[in-house]
Design a protein around this ligand. Structure first.
Ligand SMILES: Cc1ncc(COP(=O)(O)O)c(C=O)c1O
Length: 460
Protein backbone atom coordinates (compact mmCIF):
# COMPACT_ATOMS: atom_id res chain seq x y z
CA UNK A 1 0.00 0.00 0.00
CA UNK A 2 1.48 3.36 -1.07
CA UNK A 3 1.96 5.88 1.75
CA UNK A 4 0.02 8.59 -0.10
CA UNK A 5 -2.95 6.31 -0.62
CA UNK A 6 -3.07 5.20 3.01
CA UNK A 7 -3.04 8.72 4.37
CA UNK A 8 -6.02 9.60 2.21
CA UNK A 9 -8.20 6.88 3.65
CA UNK A 10 -10.34 7.24 6.75
CA UNK A 11 -10.28 3.67 7.84
CA UNK A 12 -8.50 1.89 10.70
CA UNK A 13 -8.18 -1.39 8.87
CA UNK A 14 -6.23 0.02 5.93
CA UNK A 15 -3.74 1.74 8.25
CA UNK A 16 -3.32 -1.37 10.38
CA UNK A 17 -2.71 -3.55 7.35
CA UNK A 18 -0.15 -1.10 6.06
CA UNK A 19 1.53 -0.92 9.46
CA UNK A 20 1.68 -4.71 9.73
CA UNK A 21 3.19 -4.92 6.24
CA UNK A 22 5.89 -2.32 6.81
CA UNK A 23 6.75 -2.06 10.50
CA UNK A 24 9.01 -4.34 12.45
CA UNK A 25 7.98 -7.59 14.04
CA UNK A 26 9.16 -6.07 17.34
CA UNK A 27 6.26 -3.57 17.37
CA UNK A 28 4.14 -4.09 20.45
CA UNK A 29 1.08 -1.96 21.35
CA UNK A 30 -0.73 -2.16 17.96
CA UNK A 31 -0.99 -5.92 18.35
CA UNK A 32 -3.36 -5.54 21.28
CA UNK A 33 -4.72 -2.08 20.57
CA UNK A 34 -5.56 -2.17 16.88
CA UNK A 35 -6.38 1.41 15.99
CA UNK A 36 -4.94 4.30 14.02
CA UNK A 37 -5.36 7.62 15.82
CA UNK A 38 -6.81 10.57 14.00
CA UNK A 39 -6.99 13.09 16.81
CA UNK A 40 -6.68 13.31 20.56
CA UNK A 41 -7.74 15.69 23.29
CA UNK A 42 -7.67 15.34 27.06
CA UNK A 43 -8.38 11.74 28.00
CA UNK A 44 -9.97 10.95 24.64
CA UNK A 45 -8.60 9.73 21.35
CA UNK A 46 -10.56 9.33 18.13
CA UNK A 47 -9.61 6.62 15.65
CA UNK A 48 -9.78 6.72 11.87
CA UNK A 49 -13.27 5.23 11.90
CA UNK A 50 -14.45 8.08 14.13
CA UNK A 51 -14.74 5.93 17.27
CA UNK A 52 -13.87 7.70 20.54
CA UNK A 53 -11.98 6.00 23.37
CA UNK A 54 -11.02 6.81 26.94
CA UNK A 55 -7.24 6.59 26.86
CA UNK A 56 -6.11 4.99 30.11
CA UNK A 57 -2.70 4.18 28.65
CA UNK A 58 -1.86 7.82 27.98
CA UNK A 59 1.44 7.23 26.24
CA UNK A 60 2.43 4.70 28.93
CA UNK A 61 2.07 7.39 31.58
CA UNK A 62 3.71 10.15 29.55
CA UNK A 63 0.63 12.34 29.11
CA UNK A 64 0.16 13.59 32.66
CA UNK A 65 -2.18 16.33 31.48
CA UNK A 66 -3.75 14.24 28.74
CA UNK A 67 -3.53 14.85 25.01
CA UNK A 68 -2.93 18.39 23.77
CA UNK A 69 -3.57 20.17 27.04
CA UNK A 70 -3.98 23.91 26.34
CA UNK A 71 -1.00 24.89 28.51
CA UNK A 72 1.23 22.44 26.69
CA UNK A 73 0.01 23.51 23.26
CA UNK A 74 0.46 27.16 24.18
CA UNK A 75 4.02 26.57 25.44
CA UNK A 76 4.95 24.82 22.20
CA UNK A 77 3.37 27.52 20.05
CA UNK A 78 5.03 30.29 21.97
CA UNK A 79 8.46 28.63 21.66
CA UNK A 80 7.96 28.37 17.91
CA UNK A 81 6.65 31.93 17.60
CA UNK A 82 9.70 33.32 19.40
CA UNK A 83 12.03 31.58 16.97
CA UNK A 84 13.84 29.93 19.88
CA UNK A 85 16.24 27.16 18.92
CA UNK A 86 14.56 23.78 18.78
CA UNK A 87 17.64 21.80 19.60
CA UNK A 88 20.84 22.85 21.35
CA UNK A 89 22.71 19.66 22.36
CA UNK A 90 23.46 20.48 26.00
CA UNK A 91 24.19 24.15 25.41
CA UNK A 92 22.05 26.18 27.74
CA UNK A 93 19.17 28.57 26.99
CA UNK A 94 16.82 30.72 29.08
CA UNK A 95 14.15 28.04 28.56
CA UNK A 96 16.42 25.35 29.93
CA UNK A 97 17.26 27.58 32.91
CA UNK A 98 13.57 28.09 33.66
CA UNK A 99 12.91 24.34 33.35
CA UNK A 100 15.71 23.51 35.79
CA UNK A 101 14.54 26.26 38.18
CA UNK A 102 11.01 24.83 38.25
CA UNK A 103 12.18 21.24 38.59
CA UNK A 104 14.57 22.04 41.45
CA UNK A 105 11.89 24.12 43.19
CA UNK A 106 9.57 21.11 42.97
CA UNK A 107 11.98 18.65 44.57
CA UNK A 108 12.30 18.30 48.35
CA UNK A 109 14.49 21.21 49.44
CA UNK A 110 17.02 18.98 51.17
CA UNK A 111 17.61 17.09 47.90
CA UNK A 112 17.48 20.07 45.51
CA UNK A 113 19.85 22.17 47.63
CA UNK A 114 22.73 19.85 46.89
CA UNK A 115 21.71 18.44 43.55
CA UNK A 116 23.12 18.29 40.06
CA UNK A 117 21.10 17.60 36.94
CA UNK A 118 22.20 15.76 33.82
CA UNK A 119 20.16 15.81 30.62
CA UNK A 120 20.03 12.43 28.92
CA UNK A 121 19.05 11.48 25.50
CA UNK A 122 15.99 11.49 25.77
CA UNK A 123 14.39 8.20 26.83
CA UNK A 124 13.90 6.68 30.25
CA UNK A 125 16.23 3.83 29.32
CA UNK A 126 19.05 6.23 28.42
CA UNK A 127 18.70 7.93 31.80
CA UNK A 128 18.84 4.54 33.53
CA UNK A 129 22.03 3.77 31.58
CA UNK A 130 23.49 7.07 32.75
CA UNK A 131 22.48 6.40 36.37
CA UNK A 132 24.20 3.03 36.36
CA UNK A 133 27.37 4.47 34.81
CA UNK A 134 27.42 7.27 37.38
CA UNK A 135 26.97 4.86 40.30
CA UNK A 136 29.80 2.66 38.99
CA UNK A 137 32.03 5.72 38.58
CA UNK A 138 31.26 6.95 42.11
CA UNK A 139 31.83 3.63 43.86
CA UNK A 140 34.33 1.85 41.62
CA UNK A 141 32.16 -1.25 42.04
CA UNK A 142 30.60 -3.22 39.21
CA UNK A 143 27.50 -4.96 40.55
CA UNK A 144 23.93 -3.71 40.55
CA UNK A 145 21.02 -4.91 42.69
CA UNK A 146 17.67 -4.89 40.93
CA UNK A 147 14.28 -6.40 41.76
CA UNK A 148 12.10 -9.22 40.51
CA UNK A 149 9.33 -7.70 38.39
CA UNK A 150 11.21 -4.43 37.82
CA UNK A 151 11.30 -2.65 34.47
CA UNK A 152 13.94 -0.11 33.50
CA UNK A 153 13.89 0.02 29.71
CA UNK A 154 14.74 -1.86 26.60
CA UNK A 155 18.44 -1.05 26.05
CA UNK A 156 21.06 -3.63 26.99
CA UNK A 157 21.55 -2.27 30.52
CA UNK A 158 17.86 -1.41 30.98
CA UNK A 159 16.87 -4.91 30.01
CA UNK A 160 19.60 -6.44 32.15
CA UNK A 161 18.11 -4.69 35.16
CA UNK A 162 14.55 -5.74 34.30
CA UNK A 163 12.68 -8.86 35.23
CA UNK A 164 11.14 -9.26 31.78
CA UNK A 165 12.41 -12.70 30.80
CA UNK A 166 10.12 -12.80 27.77
CA UNK A 167 12.15 -9.89 26.33
CA UNK A 168 15.63 -10.74 27.52
CA UNK A 169 15.42 -14.52 27.21
CA UNK A 170 16.72 -14.68 23.66
CA UNK A 171 19.50 -12.11 23.95
CA UNK A 172 22.93 -13.36 24.95
CA UNK A 173 25.50 -11.21 26.71
CA UNK A 174 23.39 -8.69 28.58
CA UNK A 175 25.12 -6.52 31.20
CA UNK A 176 26.73 -8.87 33.75
CA UNK A 177 26.82 -8.64 37.55
CA UNK A 178 23.14 -7.84 38.12
CA UNK A 179 21.71 -9.54 41.18
CA UNK A 180 17.92 -9.75 41.52
CA UNK A 181 16.18 -9.37 44.87
CA UNK A 182 12.60 -10.04 45.98
CA UNK A 183 10.24 -7.07 45.69
CA UNK A 184 7.50 -6.81 48.34
CA UNK A 185 4.78 -8.24 46.08
CA UNK A 186 2.50 -9.50 48.82
CA UNK A 187 -0.07 -11.09 46.47
CA UNK A 188 2.57 -13.39 45.00
CA UNK A 189 4.97 -13.39 47.90
CA UNK A 190 8.22 -15.17 46.97
CA UNK A 191 8.44 -16.47 50.55
CA UNK A 192 4.88 -17.79 50.48
CA UNK A 193 3.76 -15.76 53.49
CA UNK A 194 2.26 -12.54 52.07
CA UNK A 195 1.25 -9.47 54.07
CA UNK A 196 3.74 -7.55 56.16
CA UNK A 197 5.79 -10.70 56.68
CA UNK A 198 6.58 -10.59 52.95
CA UNK A 199 8.35 -7.25 53.21
CA UNK A 200 10.09 -8.18 56.48
CA UNK A 201 11.52 -11.38 55.04
CA UNK A 202 12.60 -9.55 51.89
CA UNK A 203 14.53 -7.03 53.95
CA UNK A 204 16.03 -9.79 56.05
CA UNK A 205 17.16 -11.61 52.91
CA UNK A 206 18.83 -8.47 51.52
CA UNK A 207 20.56 -7.79 54.83
CA UNK A 208 21.71 -11.36 54.96
CA UNK A 209 23.34 -11.40 51.52
CA UNK A 210 25.15 -8.16 52.36
CA UNK A 211 26.30 -9.33 55.80
CA UNK A 212 27.12 -12.96 55.09
CA UNK A 213 30.83 -13.21 54.18
CA UNK A 214 30.02 -16.36 52.21
CA UNK A 215 26.93 -15.09 50.38
CA UNK A 216 28.89 -15.00 47.13
CA UNK A 217 27.46 -11.58 46.31
CA UNK A 218 29.85 -8.63 46.35
CA UNK A 219 28.57 -5.27 47.57
CA UNK A 220 27.12 -3.60 44.50
CA UNK A 221 27.61 -0.09 43.13
CA UNK A 222 23.90 0.60 43.20
CA UNK A 223 20.45 -0.64 43.93
CA UNK A 224 17.85 0.39 41.35
CA UNK A 225 14.15 0.29 42.10
CA UNK A 226 10.72 1.63 41.27
CA UNK A 227 8.62 2.94 44.17
CA UNK A 228 5.59 1.45 42.39
CA UNK A 229 6.54 -1.23 39.89
CA UNK A 230 4.78 -0.19 36.72
CA UNK A 231 5.23 -2.70 33.92
CA UNK A 232 5.66 -5.32 36.66
CA UNK A 233 1.96 -4.97 37.45
CA UNK A 234 1.34 -1.73 39.41
CA UNK A 235 2.85 -2.98 42.65
CA UNK A 236 3.51 -0.31 45.29
CA UNK A 237 6.33 -0.89 47.74
CA UNK A 238 5.27 -0.27 51.35
CA UNK A 239 6.73 2.90 52.88
CA UNK A 240 8.42 1.02 55.72
CA UNK A 241 10.13 -1.35 53.26
CA UNK A 242 11.45 1.66 51.36
CA UNK A 243 12.78 3.25 54.54
CA UNK A 244 14.57 0.00 55.38
CA UNK A 245 16.03 -0.10 51.88
CA UNK A 246 17.28 3.44 52.37
CA UNK A 247 18.91 2.45 55.68
CA UNK A 248 20.55 -0.62 54.15
CA UNK A 249 21.91 1.25 51.13
CA UNK A 250 23.33 3.95 53.39
CA UNK A 251 24.94 1.43 55.72
CA UNK A 252 26.62 -0.42 52.85
CA UNK A 253 27.64 2.54 50.71
CA UNK A 254 25.28 1.46 47.92
CA UNK A 255 24.00 4.20 45.62
CA UNK A 256 20.19 4.21 45.68
CA UNK A 257 18.82 4.83 42.18
CA UNK A 258 15.11 5.60 42.29
CA UNK A 259 13.56 5.14 38.87
CA UNK A 260 10.57 7.50 38.71
CA UNK A 261 10.26 7.34 34.94
CA UNK A 262 6.65 6.20 35.32
CA UNK A 263 5.70 7.39 38.79
CA UNK A 264 7.16 10.88 38.47
CA UNK A 265 5.22 14.12 38.31
CA UNK A 266 2.14 13.46 40.39
CA UNK A 267 0.95 10.08 39.18
CA UNK A 268 0.96 8.41 42.59
CA UNK A 269 -0.67 11.26 44.49
CA UNK A 270 2.61 13.01 45.36
CA UNK A 271 4.77 14.86 42.88
CA UNK A 272 7.48 12.22 43.36
CA UNK A 273 6.57 8.78 44.65
CA UNK A 274 9.56 8.58 47.02
CA UNK A 275 7.87 11.34 49.04
CA UNK A 276 5.28 8.80 50.29
CA UNK A 277 8.06 7.11 52.28
CA UNK A 278 9.87 10.29 53.32
CA UNK A 279 13.15 9.03 51.83
CA UNK A 280 15.56 10.71 49.43
CA UNK A 281 17.26 8.95 46.53
CA UNK A 282 20.92 9.32 45.66
CA UNK A 283 20.11 9.36 41.96
CA UNK A 284 16.63 10.15 40.68
CA UNK A 285 15.71 9.06 37.15
CA UNK A 286 12.98 11.05 35.41
CA UNK A 287 11.45 10.86 31.96
CA UNK A 288 7.96 10.35 30.41
CA UNK A 289 5.82 13.10 32.02
CA UNK A 290 8.69 15.55 32.54
CA UNK A 291 8.68 16.45 28.84
CA UNK A 292 4.99 17.38 28.95
CA UNK A 293 4.27 14.83 26.15
CA UNK A 294 7.59 15.25 24.33
CA UNK A 295 10.82 13.26 24.70
CA UNK A 296 13.02 14.30 27.62
CA UNK A 297 14.89 12.53 30.38
CA UNK A 298 17.14 13.64 33.20
CA UNK A 299 19.06 12.44 36.21
CA UNK A 300 19.02 14.49 39.37
CA UNK A 301 21.65 13.38 41.86
CA UNK A 302 23.66 14.37 44.90
CA UNK A 303 26.34 16.94 44.16
CA UNK A 304 28.99 14.84 45.91
CA UNK A 305 28.55 12.20 43.18
CA UNK A 306 29.44 14.60 40.42
CA UNK A 307 32.78 12.96 39.80
CA UNK A 308 32.33 11.65 36.27
CA UNK A 309 34.40 13.19 33.52
CA UNK A 310 33.27 15.74 30.93
CA UNK A 311 31.49 13.81 28.20
CA UNK A 312 31.00 10.72 30.38
CA UNK A 313 27.39 10.43 29.25
CA UNK A 314 26.59 12.24 26.04
CA UNK A 315 24.14 11.84 23.18
CA UNK A 316 22.87 14.18 20.50
CA UNK A 317 19.26 14.68 21.51
CA UNK A 318 19.72 16.14 24.97
CA UNK A 319 18.60 19.64 24.11
CA UNK A 320 14.97 19.29 23.07
CA UNK A 321 13.73 22.82 23.76
CA UNK A 322 10.11 22.09 22.86
CA UNK A 323 10.10 19.29 25.43
CA UNK A 324 11.56 21.64 28.03
CA UNK A 325 8.89 24.23 27.23
CA UNK A 326 6.11 21.63 27.38
CA UNK A 327 7.61 20.08 30.52
CA UNK A 328 7.94 23.46 32.22
CA UNK A 329 4.34 24.38 31.40
CA UNK A 330 3.11 20.98 32.64
CA UNK A 331 5.08 21.18 35.84
CA UNK A 332 3.83 24.68 36.59
CA UNK A 333 0.26 23.53 35.98
CA UNK A 334 0.72 20.39 38.09
CA UNK A 335 2.20 22.40 40.95
CA UNK A 336 -0.27 25.29 40.65
CA UNK A 337 -3.43 23.18 40.48
CA UNK A 338 -2.63 20.55 43.11
CA UNK A 339 -2.77 17.91 40.42
CA UNK A 340 -1.01 15.23 42.52
CA UNK A 341 -3.70 15.60 45.18
CA UNK A 342 -6.37 15.31 42.49
CA UNK A 343 -4.67 12.21 41.14
CA UNK A 344 -4.75 10.74 44.64
CA UNK A 345 -8.48 11.46 44.98
CA UNK A 346 -9.40 10.10 41.57
CA UNK A 347 -7.17 7.08 42.19
CA UNK A 348 -9.03 6.28 45.41
CA UNK A 349 -12.35 6.66 43.59
CA UNK A 350 -11.30 4.22 40.87
CA UNK A 351 -9.76 1.84 43.36
CA UNK A 352 -13.02 1.70 45.34
CA UNK A 353 -15.01 0.90 42.19
CA UNK A 354 -12.54 -1.85 41.32
CA UNK A 355 -12.58 -3.28 44.84
CA UNK A 356 -16.40 -3.38 44.70
CA UNK A 357 -16.09 -5.35 41.49
CA UNK A 358 -13.49 -7.65 43.01
CA UNK A 359 -15.93 -8.50 45.83
CA UNK A 360 -18.35 -9.86 43.20
CA UNK A 361 -16.00 -11.41 40.63
CA UNK A 362 -13.79 -14.27 41.76
CA UNK A 363 -11.55 -13.90 38.68
CA UNK A 364 -10.27 -10.59 40.03
CA UNK A 365 -7.58 -11.77 42.38
CA UNK A 366 -6.07 -8.47 43.45
CA UNK A 367 -6.64 -4.73 43.05
CA UNK A 368 -3.74 -2.50 44.05
CA UNK A 369 -1.89 0.67 43.24
CA UNK A 370 -1.12 4.18 44.32
CA UNK A 371 -2.82 7.28 42.95
CA UNK A 372 -3.62 6.84 39.27
CA UNK A 373 -1.36 3.83 38.82
CA UNK A 374 -3.67 0.91 39.44
CA UNK A 375 -3.53 -2.77 38.55
CA UNK A 376 -6.21 -5.48 38.49
CA UNK A 377 -4.73 -8.96 38.61
CA UNK A 378 -6.78 -11.58 36.78
CA UNK A 379 -6.75 -15.20 37.97
CA UNK A 380 -8.69 -18.43 37.52
CA UNK A 381 -11.78 -17.93 39.65
CA UNK A 382 -12.23 -21.45 41.00
CA UNK A 383 -9.35 -21.15 43.44
CA UNK A 384 -6.88 -22.99 41.17
CA UNK A 385 -3.27 -22.55 42.18
CA UNK A 386 0.09 -22.85 40.46
CA UNK A 387 3.01 -25.06 41.50
CA UNK A 388 3.88 -22.59 44.29
CA UNK A 389 0.35 -22.66 45.68
CA UNK A 390 -0.31 -19.14 44.40
CA UNK A 391 -3.48 -18.09 42.54
CA UNK A 392 -3.24 -19.28 38.95
CA UNK A 393 -2.76 -16.32 36.62
CA UNK A 394 -5.29 -16.08 33.77
CA UNK A 395 -3.60 -14.23 30.90
CA UNK A 396 -6.25 -15.31 28.34
CA UNK A 397 -9.03 -13.81 30.43
CA UNK A 398 -7.00 -10.63 31.04
CA UNK A 399 -6.50 -10.30 27.28
CA UNK A 400 -10.18 -10.93 26.67
CA UNK A 401 -11.14 -8.21 29.19
CA UNK A 402 -8.70 -5.83 27.50
CA UNK A 403 -10.24 -6.63 24.09
CA UNK A 404 -13.77 -6.12 25.35
CA UNK A 405 -12.80 -2.81 26.96
CA UNK A 406 -11.27 -1.76 23.67
CA UNK A 407 -14.44 -2.67 21.78
CA UNK A 408 -16.41 -0.53 24.26
CA UNK A 409 -14.10 2.45 23.86
CA UNK A 410 -11.62 2.04 26.73
CA UNK A 411 -7.88 1.72 26.13
CA UNK A 412 -6.04 -0.22 28.84
CA UNK A 413 -2.71 -2.02 28.84
CA UNK A 414 -1.68 -5.37 30.26
CA UNK A 415 1.40 -5.97 32.38
CA UNK A 416 2.62 -7.95 35.33
CA UNK A 417 3.34 -11.67 35.65
CA UNK A 418 2.10 -13.57 32.57
CA UNK A 419 0.57 -10.28 31.29
CA UNK A 420 -2.39 -10.98 33.55
CA UNK A 421 -2.58 -7.56 35.22
CA UNK A 422 -4.84 -4.95 33.63
CA UNK A 423 -3.24 -1.57 34.16
CA UNK A 424 -4.95 1.80 34.55
CA UNK A 425 -2.74 4.83 33.77
CA UNK A 426 -5.20 7.60 32.88
CA UNK A 427 -4.06 11.19 32.52
CA UNK A 428 -4.00 12.99 35.87
CA UNK A 429 -6.68 15.44 34.73
CA UNK A 430 -9.33 12.70 34.58
CA UNK A 431 -12.58 13.89 36.18
CA UNK A 432 -14.83 12.12 38.70
CA UNK A 433 -17.50 11.48 36.07
CA UNK A 434 -14.92 10.10 33.63
CA UNK A 435 -13.70 7.72 36.34
CA UNK A 436 -17.29 6.54 36.79
CA UNK A 437 -17.66 6.04 33.05
CA UNK A 438 -14.36 4.13 32.87
CA UNK A 439 -15.31 1.92 35.83
CA UNK A 440 -18.70 1.25 34.22
CA UNK A 441 -17.17 0.16 30.92
CA UNK A 442 -14.62 -1.97 32.73
CA UNK A 443 -17.27 -3.72 34.87
CA UNK A 444 -19.33 -4.54 31.77
CA UNK A 445 -16.28 -5.91 29.97
CA UNK A 446 -15.24 -8.02 32.97
CA UNK A 447 -18.70 -9.53 33.34
CA UNK A 448 -18.95 -10.32 29.66
CA UNK A 449 -15.45 -11.81 29.47
CA UNK A 450 -15.92 -13.88 32.64
CA UNK A 451 -19.32 -15.08 31.40
CA UNK A 452 -17.79 -16.18 28.10
CA UNK A 453 -14.92 -17.93 29.92
CA UNK A 454 -17.38 -19.79 32.17
CA UNK A 455 -19.41 -20.92 29.15
CA UNK A 456 -16.21 -22.19 27.51
CA UNK A 457 -15.35 -24.10 30.70
CA UNK A 458 -18.83 -25.62 30.86
CA UNK A 459 -18.51 -26.79 27.26
CA UNK A 460 -15.03 -28.25 27.79
C1 LIG B 1 10.11 2.62 35.46
C2 LIG B 1 10.58 2.71 34.05
N1 LIG B 1 11.89 2.93 33.81
C3 LIG B 1 12.36 3.05 32.57
C4 LIG B 1 11.53 2.95 31.48
C5 LIG B 1 12.10 3.08 30.09
O1 LIG B 1 11.69 4.27 29.53
P1 LIG B 1 11.74 4.42 27.92
O2 LIG B 1 10.71 3.51 27.38
O3 LIG B 1 11.45 5.87 27.68
O4 LIG B 1 13.11 4.04 27.51
C6 LIG B 1 10.17 2.73 31.67
C7 LIG B 1 9.25 2.60 30.54
O5 LIG B 1 8.12 2.20 30.63
C8 LIG B 1 9.68 2.61 32.99
O6 LIG B 1 8.39 2.39 33.24
Amino acid sequence: MQQTRVSELNNNRIFLESQAARESNARSYPRRLPLAIKKAEGIQVTDMDGKVYYDCLAGAGTLALGHNHPVVVEAIKSTLDQKLPLHTLDITTPLKEAFVDELFASLPEQFARDARIHFCGPTGADAVEAAVKLAKTVTGRSGIFAFHGGYHGSTHAGMSLSGTLHQKGEIPGLMPDVHFLPYPYAYRCPFGVGGEQCQRLGIRYIRSILNDPESGVRPPAAMVLEIVQGEGGSIPAPAEWLREIRRITEQHGIVLIVDEVQTGFGRTGKLFAFEHAGILPDILVLSKAIGGSLPLSVLVYRKQFDCWRPGAHIGTFRGNQLAMAAGLASLRYINGRNIPEQAGLRGRQLMQRLLDLKAKVSEIGDVRGLGLMIGVEVVHGQGETDSLGQPLAHPELAASIQRKCFQRGLILELGGRHSSVIRFLPPLIVTASEIDAIAEIFSGAVREACGAAQEMNALA
